[in-house]
Write a protein of this length. Structure first.
Length: 280
């Protein structure tokens, strides 16, 4: 593998070898299933390389970890936006690396029109026979939660900005500031076109996100539950599934109100209204 400069940040060059060393530093190799959130925010791309050449190098760095199963969010929220979900063609809204991996010949995408994921590697069962509840029982999150030796990797973004798994935990806890909302639409898969309905655990209309996810991120880092390595303008972070789950449960039980904001003085279901805005 040739040492290639991929990005430049503050007069410092970042190579593919830097990514490999950083992934090793956060022990990305030490699991059977790697759940990858990504945002390519490390610096200015090398102008001598095409976009796909950089993405290819980043993907090669991840594959160098030797993990048997890579699970990549390719969420689209298609039904939420009254759009048709084409399993093979609908573009991922989770960034260019997510979309690049989705287009790999060995990737298999789930049929969830809201929170689809791609599996690259061994365990394709994670997305087979999924339920019609994108976050609840029988979802890919449920299968991830009940699997052994799972790590979440944040390849660029902060944990607090995009850790969707915590909404699955909120669902297990029946978080009172969220509810199951059903969406319907059309799915196209292998030239078959059909109507379907899926549920998503969304916030009530008058509820805004608090800063709880970022407090949660800081707590895990300070307690050395998560491993984090700065690289250019971004970070690489890893968290074991069990540690992520237990840390969230502990924080939620102590300070549930940091995960939401409302202008109501009291907290109760009677203040919640169904709204048109759909957001995690």
């Amino acid at each position: 593998m040739k040492n290639l400069t991929l990005f430049k940040y503050k007069n410092k060059y970042i190579t593919n070898f830097d990514f490999i060393r950083s992934l090793e530093k956060i022990k990305a190799y030490d699991c059977q299933i790697l759940y990858l959130h990504s945002e390519i925010n490390f610096g200015i791309p090398n102008p001598q390389l095409k976009k796909n050449q950089i993405l290819d190098q980043l993907f090669m760095c991840i594959k160098k970890m030797g993990v048997k199963t890579l699970c990549v969010p390719t969420y689209t929220f298609s039904f939420c936006n009254k759009e048709i979900f084409n399993v093979k063609k609908t573009i991922s809204k989770m960034g260019i690396l997510s979309e690049y991996i989705r287009n790999q010949s060995k990737s298999l995408r789930s049929t969830d029109p809201l929170l689809s994921v791609c599996i690259y590697g061994k365990n394709k069962n994670l997305i087979k026979n999924i339920s019609k509840n994108s976050i609840g029982k029988g979802s890919h999150f449920d299968k991830i939660h009940n699997s052994n030796n799972v790590k979440f990797i944040f390849f660029g973004p902060s944990v607090g900005s995009c850790f969707t798994y915590i909404h699955y935990i909120e669902k297990l806890l029946n978080a009172p500031y969220r509810y199951d909302r059903e969406f319907d639409g059309t799915i196209i898969n292998n030239n078959k076109k059909y109507k379907d309905k899926f549920k998503l655990f969304v916030r009530y209309n008058n509820i805004k996100t608090g800063n709880g996810s970022f407090i949660y991120e800081d707590i895990m880092f300070k307690k050395k539950i998560s491993l984090r390595k700065k690289l250019g303008n971004g970070f690489l972070t890893s968290i074991n599934k069990e540690d992520a789950f237990n840390s969230f449960i502990d924080l939620y039980k102590k300070k549930k109100n940091i995960f939401f904001r409302t202008n109501k003085k009291s907290f109760g279901s009677k203040y919640f209204k169904f709204g048109n805005v759909v957001t995690l």
